[in-house]
Design a protein around this ligand. Sequence first.
Ligand SMILES: [Zn+2]
Length: 217
Amino acid sequence: MKIKLGLIVGLFVFGTSAAPAFATPPTFQATALATKYCDDTWKALNTIAVPVSDPSGMRVKGIVDRLADTLGAGPWRVVVFSYADVGWPAIALLGNRIVVQKAFADEHTDAELAFIMAHEMGHVELGHIPERFQALLEASGNTATTWQQASKFTHTQMPLYREEEFEADKFGLKLATSAHFDAQHGAASALSHLREDAEHPAPHDRISALSLDAVEK
Ligand SMILES: [Zn+2]
């Protein structure tokens, strides 16, 4: 199956990082690009969603429902997708939506997933997606008219992305703790096993920022 998600890679993946702090509030145009990005991604991933009866999907849905109840900002929709080569494991989208790769969900415990899902929900709740598109638009000299064009400037926004990752981690730990998951262990364990990449802060920095200790597997 061929899906055009290449440019989505690295934008809002679990484990990313970002630019100088939100100088400008998102404009109408940035919000429109963010919304379109989220809608397109949701639509594409829905085409490769596992059936609602799939045990992995039901498990993730149960965890997200519990977090959403605690958050109190309405229900969240979840898509667990089967295709392995999208390039990222989990992202949250505007409109209370989360997409997660099935293999990624299966290899994490409930406590780890709760932290990861709560982290993703944090990106939405904290307004990071429009904020990132605002920064990308500015980086393009306000010439980008589609999210795909704006995304070409992702590499210019690493400091912002990193800052947002720390914020989402903090949000995620708090939310998962409030929802009565073993969040500290989940966060430490999930972050200890992240692969390092250019966009995210180093895993050990994220663990220290939460005042946690790394976990050996
Ligand atoms: Zn993140």
